[in-house]
Design a protein around this ligand. Structure first.
Ligand SMILES: *[C@@H]1O[C@H](CO)[C@@H](O)[C@H](O)[C@H]1NC(C)=O
Ligand SMILES: *[C@@H]1O[C@H](CO)[C@@H](O)[C@H](O)[C@H]1NC(C)=O
Ligand SMILES: *[C@@H]1O[C@H](CO)[C@@H](O)[C@H](O)[C@H]1NC(C)=O
Length: 277
């Protein structure tokens, strides 16, 4: 009973393992594009932005590649790698569009979600691409929020593995102010976070200093209340050898205040000022 259970769970694990390895080796965008030198720049930037592994991980996907000349135009804008990632992720659709599907869009126009939308980086619906069948069998691509102008057209199919991955060529990069907007480098943000935390640390140490000083005050207070309970004699705590008492402990009522020598009181007030100032 237990043995058969174990056996079935093992075979289930094996099946799962096989499924995972099959999925991950189903397609490799780097290998697909490597056969076409005219897309070498696009291919290199898919790797640099880590979009390649994201594309390989997905089961149903369309990659819109542009040739080296079009990539050159994009790189001339000197965007950071993070902005480039947003721009290129707008060229990866979370749906399958082979040449056939592109030319047979229902009602001739559709909106499709891109990886830019999927990352959550896209404000509003700026991560959607409008695909429209135009005159003369042309297929135009534009951002969802467009003025009727299509910056990019379908050129040809590069490789299609229905319905896993379709790699097509577009004439140009799909222009998108949202995707091209400068983004803060995640690494820099982390650094700023770390730096502000470092700044906080000395403040925390200061707070511990202040906690220690009032606790000294409370100690002397408890000694005084003990004294008032036992009588005016202060010989017991003098016997502890507290050399920094400065002989002020003898006073019962004003004892607490008298205990705090001038220096301590000033640092206490000063530290309070530092905390709340
Ligand atoms: C498509 O992907 C599935 C799942 O990864 C795989 O089983 C299938 O063989 C792939 N199809 C082709 C044609 O490679
Ligand atoms: C895809 O191919 C490239 C180039 O051969 C290789 O470096 C990379 O490891 C492959 N990726 C996967 C997921 O197999
Ligand atoms: C795509 O854009 C064109 C031009 O602005 C517009 O006419 C069409 O309705 C849009 N399609 C969708 C599905 O929004």
């Amino acid at each position: 009973m237990t043995l058969s259970l174990e056996k079935s769970s093992i075979s289930l694990l094996l099946l799962l393992f096989l499924a995972i390895t099959t999925i991950s080796s189903a397609h490799n965008i780097t290998l697909i594009l490597a056969k076409h030198p005219e897309f070498s720049t696009f291919n290199r930037y898919l790797t640099l932005t880590h979009l390649a592994s994201e594309i390989n991980r997905r089961q149903t996907i369309t990659v819109c590649a542009v040739n080296n000349a079009a990539m050159g135009d994009l790189l001339d804008k000197h965007m950071s790698i993070y902005t480039l990632k947003n721009v290129l992720s707008l060229h990866v659709f979370a749906d399958y569009f082979g040449s056939k599907q592109l030319h047979r869009i229902t009602k001739g126009t559709t909106l499709t979600a891109t990886l830019f939308q999927a990352t959550g980086e896209a404000p509003g619906t700026s991560g959607y691409v409008n695909i429209t069948n135009m005159k003369g069998k042309k297929v135009g691509f534009t951002t969802e929020d467009n003025d009727g102008h299509f910056s990019s057209n379908f050129v040809k199919s590069i490789q299609e593995i229905p319905y896993n991955i379709s790699v097509i060529q577009l004439s140009n990069i799909i222009t998108s102010p949202a995707a091209e907007a400068p983004v803060a480098a995640p690494a820099d943000v982390d650094l700023i976070d770390l730096m502000s935390k470092k700044d906080e640390e000395p403040l925390a140490v200061y707070k511990i200093d202040k906690v220690l000083q009032p606790s000294e005050l409370f100690k002397s207070q408890s000694i005084n209340s003990d004294n008032s309970a036992m009588g005016p004699s202060s010989g017991a705590d003098d016997g502890d050898g507290d050399s920094n008492d400065n002989g002020d402990t003898t006073n019962n009522n004003g004892g607490m205040i008298m205990n705090v020598d001038g220096g301590w009181f000033v640092t206490f007030v000063l530290s309070i000022g530092l905390v709340f100032g």
